[in-house]
Design a binder for this molecule. Sequence first.
Ligand SMILES: C[S@@+](CC[C@H](N)C(=O)[O-])C[C@H]1O[C@@H](n2cnc3c(N)ncnc32)[C@H](O)[C@@H]1O
Length: 243
Amino acid sequence: MAIRPELTPPDVRHHIDAFFGRGSLQYDADILRIVPVYQTMFEQLLDHLWVEPDAPWQLVELGCGTGNLTRLLLKAFPNAKLTVVDASQEMLDRTAEKLTPADSSRTELHAAYFNDFDVEPGSVDLIISSLALHHVPDDKKPDLYNRMFEWLKPGGKFRCADQCLTLPGEIGNAHNLTRWQEWATEKGADRATLDRWLEHIHTADHYASLANHFTWMQQAGFTETDCYWRVLFWAVFGAEKPA
Ligand SMILES: C[S@@+](CC[C@H](N)C(=O)[O-])C[C@H]1O[C@@H](n2cnc3c(N)ncnc32)[C@H](O)[C@@H]1O
């Protein structure tokens, strides 16, 4: 693992620190209301990994947050080693609190921005991420895909659950924002919570269409780019590095 020279702009750092850092203790309660498909999305993500569960895989998780997916991965892959990365030390602390001693011994936690983080080329079997890549500005996503492609072994996989743009962008996004607020309200989110997340969406989120994700992945060298599941913004998609 290597940290690259600082490439993440100060405004992004400030927002991650303010929103995820200070919000880490209430994240788990909020996210189940704010992302009504949260658990279904994880089920879909895990159902589309298509790798043998008992092998000693090297996994990288980008943007682990409070470790909800981390825990599921450690359970699904009992012999895997996991490197998890998040820009927020507070979020990493929440993840660490959830790990058993046995899980901790096969998990490396790194506080780093994706743009500043690197691993040994050709050393990773599976890169996985949920609800994190949409924080990377679109002009930085191709570089991240290029580096992910380098990190993977031949035959390695990338799998992602994320918030994406529905095309046509303006009308699709407006529809999704309306339906999302109705649905989150039904799940128990109050107006103040919705407004806090709306402000986050408008200041820190960079939704890209699946078409753009596929283009960037293919330009990096990935093949078999596909979307396996989608509801409103939320999509589970991925690709393969040729063997
Ligand atoms: C919405 S949370 C998702 C957390 C978790 N994966 C989940 O599904 O609950 C996004 C996480 O990504 C991290 N994050 C956002 N942008 C990042 C970046 N550019 N580099 C590293 N971490 C980032 C945030 O600190 C936060 O913990």
